[in-house]
Design a protein around this ligand. Sequence first.
Ligand code: PAF
Length: 289
Amino acid sequence: MFKNFDVIIVKNQREILEAIETAKIEKPEAIIGFVPTMGALHEGHMSLIETAKSQSDIVVCSIFVNPTQFNNPDDLKTYPRTIDADRKLLEEKGCDILLLPDVKDVYPNGEQPYSIDLDGIDKSMEGAFRPGHFKGVCMVVERFFEMVQPDIAFFGKKDFQQLAVIRKMTAVRNLPIEIIGVPIKRAENGLALSSRNALLTEKEREDASFISRALKSGLDFSKTNTNAASIAQHIEAQFKGTAMEVEYVAIIDNDTLEPVEEVSANSTVCTVVYYGKVRLLDNMQFADA
Ligand code: PAF
């Protein structure tokens, strides 16, 4: 374990528990807030850290590009890695502990068989287009929960389905951890902030802001037509003639994640759009229409 700037950097379970124990000497009942990330940190992550700081006494952030959740080896290879800049940002935001493990610290016995029944909420959308993705996400988040033993964990609402999956996993495993969803952060042009945006040029990031405008126009359309299929069609049609390709537009119930026929204040539209090889997610709630 070593101290760099003001953030304590640890690598494995023994070091993280030691660091937390030391921090707890001053305040034994300290609330541990945890923000798991894959790095390439941006303002969206900073808002997770800020929320964690406002609700906990000790904030732990992990940076680990988890190989078990990538079904596409190229995606894993090209995933942006900016660890020095990440460290500085965490330091600026006052994160207390940075967990920076290697694969063997997370999976000391290699990748073990893992299964969990999530009542089907992991099967649609990301689950359908990225087979095995949520198994990898649950595997790593459950392992991090074991390593860090947080009281509260914070996840971005940009990954709408992931948040639901993690809430479900935590309930199924009966873990005493509160899961908090933090609102999407957008660039001024409306583009949802994502580590993958770093793979786009400035011009492409400007073009990609179209995704949020298309979703917003779907929300506006719903004021006169609540039929989900028509709204999805309306959104998809807008991408014709652009450099972007829609993978899916799904309009779902917020609780079950099942597709809805008619939208209500409890529905969300989720989309994935490819800009070249870069896969961009976004979603908007009809309650905000
Ligand atoms: O959302 C992410 O960055 C990742 O899926 C997570 C939750 C850190 C697990 O690797």
